[in-house]
Design a protein around this ligand. Structure first.
Ligand code: C5P
Length: 418
């Protein structure tokens, strides 16, 4: 039996050209056993008629908050309670903006505020509209509020453009709706299909460990989760991915080529040995800047230094990312910076000092994000500006970062239009 069997799905249709696909979407949802109630915005009926959607759903379409007859049959609050899930497809920039600011000018937006049901959004718009920072900010806000974002996809658009903004196809939307039941925390899942086809990414992640003696080491709090999430997002975008992982980084997708290392020197060697064909290098690892100079073969004992302070002499480790940028073999090199103060200033300094293409910076003085947390909030600093990404899961932020890097470095990566 389908996950959607017996579910009440409220389908919100807003006024984008992709609305022409909604009769097939309704048919598919009903074939999966769902009951479908369509709610249209005023503009949607310019693209698809209420009569068509009524015919395929078997229910009168709702569109007006002030329709006394329809409200008498099932008021908007009852409708909001009736829904087990809400899907808005297509979701235009206009509807996305209303929902992001909690505004309720019509029936659909009012229902979204009044419901306790999970809400999924399938954005669909021209690629330039989708890439407008205001739309990006609104989508990040929705992801933060717990809306589940499905797509958009990359490809041919009705207006003749190529790029991100195509509505996810009805069968994929139906599959995603069934998944939402299983995994309600999937908020912010931006469609990445094909964005990095043919590209090879190398990502370093996790801490390094620098031996003090055979049983002790110097390390840091990095969990490796951010690099892991980026590797998985890059894989979803069609790239082949090499992950160079420090100790303690959890298991990753089997299609990711993983190289496990312990020390900064191991990481340096693994990176340079596998750099061939890498077009985008992202250094997420929290590499120890220094390592103990002399490592005794036997465990150091308190007795050896009884009554005295112990001084460890440290030598500098190689700067892996700077060496990658300097070797000139990789078209795009992106670093991470975990800062506790002067966050953006320090990121800009790192950008120039290490000769990087971009630095993704997070403020690790906020203990609710970054190290050992499932969430992060970052700013992508590049040579022509900055892009902030509000607090969200490391998975969601990775998908936004992959999309942003693909757009920023389209030419350097020689990305072909799909
Ligand atoms: O200078 P800082 O360590 O803050 O720079 C952070 C960036 O440099 C990260 O991308 C990190 O992975 C990289 N890095 C490196 N090798 C080092 C130190 C940092 O690749 N030895």
């Amino acid at each position: 039996m389908s996950e959607l069997s017996g579910q009440n799905i409220l389908l919100g249709v807003s006024g984008g050209i992709a609305a022409y696909k909604t009769p097939m979407l309704v048919r598919g949802l009903m074939a999966a056993g769902a009951n479908v109630q369509v709610v249209m915005t005023a503009n949607a009926s310019r693209f698809v008629t209420p009569t068509t959607l009524q015919a395929v759903s078997g229910r009168p379409v709702r569109s007006d908050l002030w329709d006394a007859e329809a409200e008498a049959a099932m008021g908007h609050i009852e409708l909001a309670r009736w829904a087990d899930q809400i899907l808005i497809a297509p979701a235009t920039a206009n509807v996305i903006a209303d929902l992001a600011r909690g505004s309720a000018p019509d029936l659909l937006s009012t229902l979204c505020l009044a419901t306790a049901a999970p809400i999924s959004i399938a954005p669909a718009m021209n690629q330039h509209m989708f890439q407008h920072p205001a739309v990006g900010e609104n989508l990040r806000r929705l992801a933060d509020l717990g809306y589940c974002l499905i797509g958009p996809e990359y490809g041919d658009q009705a207006c003749g453009d190529h790029g991100p903004g195509r509505m996810t196809e009805p069968e994929d939307l139906i599959r995603a709706m069934a998944d939402t039941q299983l995994e309600p925390q999937r908020a912010g899942s931006v469609g990445l299909a094909g964005l990095l086809t043919g590209q090879h990414l190398m990502i370093t992640t996790g801490p390094t460990r620098e031996a003090i003696d055979p049983v002790r080491y110097i390390s840091n709090h990095s969990s490796g989760l951010q690099g892991l999430a980026l590797a998985e997002a890059a894989l979803d975008a069609g790239a082949s991915v090499t992950l160079v992982a420090g100790p303690g980084v959890p298991a990753c997708h089997p299609d990711i080529k993983r190289l496990d290392v312990t020390t900064a020197q191991d990481m340096y060697a693994a990176v340079h040995q596998h750099l061939e064909h890498v077009s985008l290098f992202i250094g997420v690892a929290a590499v120890a800047d220094y390592r103990p100079q002399d490592v005794p073969a036997q465990k150091m004992k308190r007795g050896d230094q009884a009554g005295q302070n112990l001084t460890l002499s440290l030598v500098e480790n190689p700067d892996i990312i700077a060496s990658v940028a300097q070797c000139g073999r990789v078209p795009v090199v992106v670093g991470f910076a975990a800062e506790t103060e002067m966050t953006l200033e320090n990121a800009s300094l790192k950008l120039t000092r290490k000769k990087l293409d971009a630095v993704i910076v997070n403020d690790v003085s906020d203990s609710t994000i970054g190290f050992n947390s499932d969430h992060n909030a970052v700013t992508l600093v590049h040579h022509n500006g900055q892009l902030p990404f509000e607090k969200q899961s490391k998975q969601a932020i990775s998908r936004h970062l992959i999309t942003a890097l693909t757009t920023l470095f389209k030419d350097k990566l020689n990305l072909e239009q799909p």
